[in-house]
Structures are given as structure tokens and as C-alpha cells.
Design a protein around this ligand. Structure first.
Ligand SMILES: *Cc1c(COP(=O)(O)O)cnc(C)c1O
Length: 405
């Protein structure tokens, strides 16, 4: 093939154009933009907000390591995405999850820090968990049996943490039980106990009693030779309110996402956190409804005067709380509008007598921009709680930004 022939061929097949485009044409602004034009809702996460919050939490607990709780898909925000961000934080020492296959998913995604499975595991995933270097929990006699059985077959060291029930009554071996089984576990060569944990309830006085129970376990464990391991039991609320609960590690979930567990907690002034995410959707319909029209299956919202109503393609089946129709707001082009109806896959926004925006404009349903739409603001407007907005469906795409501008 001569050079000329090759060149002609290139031109004729359009290769030239392709080359020209690669070399000289304007690159698409941002590959993400294309995903943003989707007609489905999406979540945006700020790496900077997560890392800053981790530092703030670290300050709250005077530098004690953070075991980041990313259960329930990091409250719907994306366990893999959040873990990959916090894997880079020197304030975070590891991750704790509740579902077996999610622990493995984090490892597969390249997360390097220790991962603790606080829940049960399917026997057929046992070896996978060990190979992925996931720390398992002994939370019942049955789970102990399962782990011991695996130890018979595992070449690899099995890391475990002992989970005690000091009063939450949900998971763990009751604190008053005989600890003979721990001695037995210590004698198994390829099992190493790397931690002991429990979970505090919200009541301050009872949390102190729980702490006493936990410390009595610690003393007993030390007597039988369990040493140099981490003790932890404080979720976000106890971390803030029971300073003696910090021990070797703290276990926040909600704080990492930039929300305090309760509304208007005084600590939020000293240690402000940044909401780490935005929930967004594009307007897919704008119509002028007439006086007397209604919206929703139960005809929930009645049009009093002719007004413009917008539709967003997000509803309670996506994890947007259905109570939003009782007072939540969304932001569109820097202005706030009332949510007047929430169905499974759609919700409606009241615009007013003038059509102020159009199909294709972007609505921020939750975000850090103004108090009305922060997770806490959302909870306050609906007389609910701060955990209301954190159950987004796994299928909602997540886009990670270095920071929100
Ligand atoms: C959910 C949970 C946490 C974290 O709770 P937050 O209130 O989100 O901080 C900590 N420990 C256990 C065992 C949990 O289940």
C-alpha cells in the first residue's frame, strides 16, 4: 500500500475527520454533562465535603480514629463512592457495613482500609469474605460456630471482632454471658480477635450503664488474654453526647454525610458540617392547571386559582420521602418552590400564576445551598427527623465531584 493510497483511503473512510476531531475540535465540556441530561434523578457527592466532615468529626473526638459506618448503601448515597472518598482520609481508620456482599463490593472497588461486617454472612460467601480481608463479627453462638467451621478450611488468617449486646437488644452476645467461648476462640491459630464492640442507645443515663457493662467485659477479656485491640460502641449521637464513650474508635454514620442526628443540636455551631450531597432531577413537564383541577390519586392538591405546575421524575419509590408534599421545597434556578404532591415515581411543584421555568431546567431537591433544602431543613419543615432523606434507591446514579462550586 503506497503512502498516497493510504492517505486517500483515510480521507475517504472518514478517518481524517475523526482524527481532526480528536486533535482540533472542542472537547465536550465534561463527560459527566451527558449523564446530567438524563431524564432520571441523580445524586451528586462532594469529595471535599466528606473529607472536611471527617476532619470535623475527628476534632469532636480529639483525634480518636473514625470507623465510618456505611450501612444501607451509605444511607442510599453510595457505599462504594463514599468509601473510596474516605479511604483517602487520615481521620478514618476503616469502614463498617451490615451486608456481606457489600463488604466484598467495597474491596472489589479498590477500598484498602479495614472493613468490618457488623452483620451476618451467607455461608457460600464466607471464603470470599476472608479472601477479601473482611473482618467478621461474632454476634451469636451460631455465628461463632460458622466462623470456627471456616477456620478449619481456611489457609488465610480470619479476623474477627466480638459483638456484645449491652442493652440495645438487637445484635451481639449478651454481656452477662460466660466468656468460655472466647478462650476457646483464642486457641484457634488462624483466627485473630482484632476488636470488641457494642452499640449505645440514645438515653444518656442508660448509655452510662451500657458503658459500665462494656468495661466489665473488657476487664474479663483482658484477664483471659485478649489484649491490644480496639473497643468501640459510639454511633453519632453518643459520640456527641457521651464523651466517655469514645474509647478506641467512634462509629458515626449520619455525621459523615454532613447531618447531625437531631435537629438544631448545639454542637453544630462549634463543629459545622457540610451536607455532602445534592439530589437533583430535571423538570419534565410544565402545565397550566385550571381552578378546580386536582393533582394526585387521592386528589391531594386542589388548584384554587389557575396556576403553573411542574412535574419532576422522582417520587417515594426513588427514596424521596412521601411526606415532602406536606411542606418541603425544592430549588430551581436559585428560587424555592413548594412540593405539592409526591407519588411513587413523580412529584409536583407549584410554580404560581407565572411560568417561571421550563422543561429541562434542573431542580435541587436536597442540597447544601439554603437551609430549606438541607437534609436537616427538609426534616424540620416536615416535622420529621434527620434520617428521613437517606434511603435513596441504589439505582440512582451518583456523580462524585471534587467539590461543590
Ligand atoms: C447505624 C449504626 C451506626 C451509626 O449510626 P449513626 O446514627 O448514623 O451515626 C453505628 N453503629 C451501628 C451498629 C449501627 O447500626
Amino acid at each position: 500500500m503506497t503512502r498516497r493510497f493510504f492517505f486517500n483511503r483515510l480521507l475517504s473512510t472518514g478517518f481524517f475527520l475523526a482524527f481532526y476531531n480528536v486533535l482540533f475540535a472542542k472537547k465536550p465540556k465534561n463527560p459527566i454533562d451527558e449523564r446530567l441530561s438524563a431524564v432520571n434523578p441523580w445524586l451528586e457527592l462532594s469529595k471535599n465535603a466528606y473529607l472536611t466532615n471527617a476532619q470535623s468529626i475527628s476534632k469532636m473526638v480529639k483525634g480518636i480514629p473514625i470507623l465510618a459506618v456505611l450501612k444501607n448503601n451509605a444511607y442510599g448515597l453510595g457505599d462504594v463512592q463514599v468509601a473510596k472518598i474516605l479511604d483517602e482520609s487520615n481521620a478514618v481508620s476503616g469502614f463498617a457495613l451490615v451486608k456481606d456482599e457489600r463488604c466484598i463490593a467495597l474491596r472489589k472497588a479498590g477500598v484498602l482500609k479495614p472493613i468490618l461486617l457488623m452483620g451476618d454472612f451467607a455461608p457460600n460467601l464466607g471464603m470470599d469474605l476472608i479472601r477479601s480481608n473482611i473482618t467478621l463479627s461474632v454476634f451469636s453462638m451460631e455465628s461463632l460456630k460458622k466462623i470456627k467451621l471456616m477456620a478449619l478450611h481456611s489457609e488465610k488468617q480470619i479476623k474477627v471482632q466480638l459483638y456484645f449486646d449491652t442493652g440495645l437488644g438487637r445484635m451481639g452476645i449478651p454481656y452477662y454471658q460466660n466468656l468460655k467461648w472466647v478462650k476457646d476462640l483464642l486457641s484457634i491459630k488462624n483466627v485473630s480477635i482484632v476488636g470488641v464492640f457494642s452499640t449505645l442507645v440514645t438515653s444518656y443515663s442508660f448509655s452510662l450503664e451500657q458503658l459500665r457493662r462494656f468495661k466489665s467485659i473488657k476487664e474479663k477479656l483482658e484477664k483471659i488474654g485478649v489484649s491490644a485491640i480496639d473497643y468501640h460502641l459510639a454511633p453519632s449521637f453518643s459520640l456527641l453526647r457521651t464523651s466517655t464513650s469514645h474509647l478506641d474508635m467512634v462509629r458515626p454514620g449520619i455525621l459523615l454525610h454532613g447531618t447531625y442526628p437531631l435537629a438544631k443540636m448545639q454542637e453544630s455551631e462549634e463543629y459545622p458540617l457540610i451536607p455532602t450531597y445534592k439530589l437533583k432531577a430535571r423538570v419534565i413537564r410544565v402545565e397550566r392547571l385550571r381552578k378546580g383541577d386536582t393533582i394526585g390519586f387521592s386528589r391531594f392538591y386542589k388548584i384554587e386559582e389557575d396556576e403553573w405546575i411542574a412535574t419532576l421524575p422522582i417520587g417515594w419509590a426513588d427514596g424521596y420521602d412521601s411526606r415532602a408534599e406536606n411542606g418541603a421545597m425544592v430549588m430551581i434556578n436559585d428560587k424555592l418552590y413548594d412540593v405539592v404532591n409526591v407519588n411513587a415515581s413523580h412529584c409536583n411543584i407549584k410554580i404560581g400564576p407565572k411560568k417561571e421555568f421550563s422543561v429541562g431546567d434542573i431542580a435541587t431537591l436536597i442540597g447544601p445551598e439554603v437551609p430549606e433544602i438541607t437534609p436537616e431543613g427538609f426534616g424540620l419543615r416536615l416535622k420529621g427527623n434527620n434520617y428521613m432523606q437517606i434511603q435513596y434507591k441504589e439505582s440512582i446514579p451518583k456523580i462524585v465531584y471534587d467539590e461543590f462550586l
